[in-house]
Structure formats: C-alpha cells, structure tokens
Ligand binder design. Structure first.
Ligand SMILES: Cc1cc2nc3c(=O)[nH]c(=O)nc-3n(C[C@H](O)[C@H](O)[C@H](O)COP(=O)(O)OP(=O)(O)OC[C@H]3O[C@@H](n4cnc5c(N)ncnc54)[C@H](O)[C@@H]3O)c2cc1C
Length: 337
C-alpha cells in the first residue's frame, strides 16, 4: 500500500493548487486523478486577475494560450454595453496540465471509489493510505460523496446546467461577449476567444428553473448558435456537451477530522457569474495552509461573488438564484468517536 502525508483526490485547479502549496511546505503528497493529463475539461476558461495573482503566475513565461480582454461586451434585453474590465482567457486543456505539473507532486492515474477511515488514517481503495485527505474531485468527488454529503446536502436550486464547445476557429472579434437572460434563460451565454485561433462558446443556467418553466438548455443553445452565426462566428460547426456544477450555498462543513473539501466538490462557484476556477484555487490553497500550519480551514476569503458583491453582483445573484438563502461561514466537524 502506498503511504503519504496528504492524498489529493482530483488534479484540477483545486487539487493542483493544494498540492503545490503542500510540496512547497515539505509535505509528501500524492495526487490521484481518473484522467491522464492533459485532459478535456468543459469550461469557458475565463480567469480573473485575482486568479493570476493567487497563482503567482508570470504571464510572460506561461507557455500556452493566454488572451487578455480590456473590456467585456454585455448584451441584455437587446441592449449592448461595453464595460471596461480586464479579464483573461486560457484553455483548460493546457492550463490544468500546466498547473498540475508545476505543483511538483507525483500524480497517479486512478479512479477513486472507496474511502474508509481507520485508526486516524484514510485508506483509499485498499491501495493508498494517508493522514490527510483533500477532496478536489469536482461535482462528483468521492470524498464529498463518502464523508461530506450527509453534512452538506447540495441545494438543487443552486445547480447549474451547461452546454458548450471549444473549437479551433479563426475569430475576428478578440473580445468576450456575454448575453444575459436571453429568452428567459436564468443564466447567460458566452463567446470567449482564446489566443491563436481557438474559441469557446456555451450557455449555462439554473437547472431547476429551466426545468420548472418547461424549458430546455438545448433550445437556448440553438438560439446562441443562431446569434453567433449572424456575426461573431459564421460557419462554425459545434458538437456541444454538458456538465453540471453548483453555485455556492450554505456549505456548512468543509473539514471533517483530517478530510477537507475544496472547489466544485464543496460547491463554491460564485453566485453572480458561476465562476469556479478562482474559488477552487483559493480553497485548495487554504486547505493546504491549514494542514501545514495547523490553522483553521476557512472559506472566509474565498469569494462567493465575482463582481465584488456590489449592487450589480447582488442583482445578478438574485436573478440567478431568486434570492436563495445567503451564504454562511462553514465550520469544522469532528464527530464524536
Ligand atoms: C461549461 C462550463 C463553463 C465554465 N466556465 C467557467 C469559466 O469560464 N471560469 C470559471 O472560473 N469557471 C468556469 N466554470 C466552472 C469551473 O470549470 C469549475 O468550477 C472548476 O473546474 C472547479 O475546479 P475543481 O478543481 O474543483 O474541479 P475540476 O476542475 O472538475 O477537477 C476535478 C478533477 O477530479 C477528477 N476526478 C473526478 N472524480 C474522480 C475520481 N473518482 N477519482 C479520481 N479523480 C477524479 C477529474 O478527472 C478532474 O480532473 C465552468 C464550468 C462549466 C461546466
């Protein structure tokens, strides 16, 4: 059986950020991921300046596609606004592999199925043993499923549904476009160009509200496709695929004994823009710090709002979630043994 201080389940942004910090702190770390990297991850690949700062990224030496937008084009009810706001795009296929390699941690391709606690340690699939366990396996994370699901049931009202496709396409417009609430969609669609002729387009919204209004995300996709065909991306061919994740709700417990959940496993995407990369990275770093320093693991500074929590951000949050219960600070859980 392989033994290490910390086992990280999932090598996405949450897992690789935790692993990097732990390695820098001298811990022995093993990352398990069911995929071999580089792997496909459905995501528009928009990252904020905060993400760049949190990662201590030297953009000039980043070896892959990285595009900076100086403004965002927001389309709302037939109106078009240009907002000055510096944001960036990457391709997840490249970015996640780069982050994982940069972590310096050993990565083993393995699908985690079974987790049990035994004498102050965690045993994973009878193959791996560790003192600390970090759940960074995204929406279907087995650490969440086994140790946290009952303590943190997910709110179906906060579940998103998406359809997207990333293609090679010689785009002409180098800016990011967002269409909010088109045709009653409780969410938005996007056009996110990537450096050197790649493009991500997609549509996402609140699953339960789409269902209760008898809508279908595929109809919203068709509408986006028509919009793109008219001007931004004529002649493009798509084969969209879907994925679901959760916006941040009342995550009551993020640590249980020596097990932690981070990123999408904890359901941390922002309430106003459904941004999940930044919260995944920050929560992974905070979990690592807690292990290294014996400090509390807190999501206090893991933002739940991409647009800073002002009125625009609150209005978007409300429009997406219809005023679902506000965020609360989660706690550490140590059940009586
Ligand atoms: C269509 C779409 C568009 C999005 N656009 C954006 C955007 O533009 N910007 C943004 O900030 N966020 C966006 N998000 C959200 C963002 O992609 C996620 O919040 C983010 O990837 C969360 O990172 P993570 O590390 O928690 O999980 P993930 O990136 O999902 O990584 C989890 C890893 O765990 C592995 N894993 C899963 N199960 C197991 C298992 N049993 N055993 C071993 N390994 C396992 C997976 O293979 C995966 O590599 C988007 C999401 C979608 C679906």
């Amino acid at each position: 059986m392989r033994t290490c201080d910390v086992l990280v389940v999932g090598g996405g942004p949450a897992g690789s950020s935790a692993a990097r910090q732990l390695k820098l702190g001298g811990a022995s770390v093993l990352v398990l991921d069911k995929e071999r990297f580089p792997r496909l991850k459905l995501c528009a690949g928009w990252i904020t300046p905060e993400v760049v700062r949190d990662l201590g990224m030297d953009v000039a030496s980043y070896p892959h596609r990285f595009l900076t937008f100086e403004r965002l084009h927001v389309h709302l009810k037939g109106l078009h606004f240009r907002l000055s706001s510096v944001q960036h795009s990457i391709r997840r296929f490249e970015f996640d592999a780069w982050l994982l390699e940069r972590s310096g941690a050993e990565v083993v391709q393995h699908t985690v199925r079974n987790i049990r606690a035994q004498a102050g340690e965690y045993i994973v699939d009878e193959l791996f043993r560790c003192r600390y366990l970090i759940g960074a396996g995204g929406t279907r994370c087995p650490v969440y499923r086994t140790l946290f699901r009952e303590l943190n049931p997910r709110a179906t009202e906060l579940q998103t549904v998406t359809l997207e496709h990333e293609i090679e396409y010689p785009w002409k417009d180098p800016d990011c476009h967002l269409w909010f609430f088109e045709r009653g969609l409780p969410g938005y669609s996007w056009y996110v160009p990537k450096q050197n002729g790649w493009l991500n387009v997609g549509v996402g919204g609140m699953a339960e509200r789409i269902k209760s209004s008898r809508g279908d995300i595929r109809d919203h996709w068709s509408h986006l496709q028509q919009t793109l065909e008219r001007s931004l991306a004529p002649g493009a061919n798509y084969e969209p695929t879907g994925y679901s994740y959760f916006l941040r709700g009342r995550v009551e417990v993020v640590r249980r004994d020596n097990a932690f959940i981070t990123g999408d496993a904890a359901g941390l995407a922002t309430r106003d823009m459904a941004e999940g990369i930044g919260p995944a990275i920050r929560s992974g770093q905070r979990a690592a710090r807690s292990i290294l320093e014996g400090a509390a693991y807190s999501l206090q500074d893991v933002t739940g709002a991409s647009l800073g929590g002002g009125w625009v951000s609150r209005a978007l949050d409300w429009a997406m979630t219809r005023g679902h219960a506000p965020l609360r600070t989660p706690a550490v859980h140590s059940p009586a043994k």
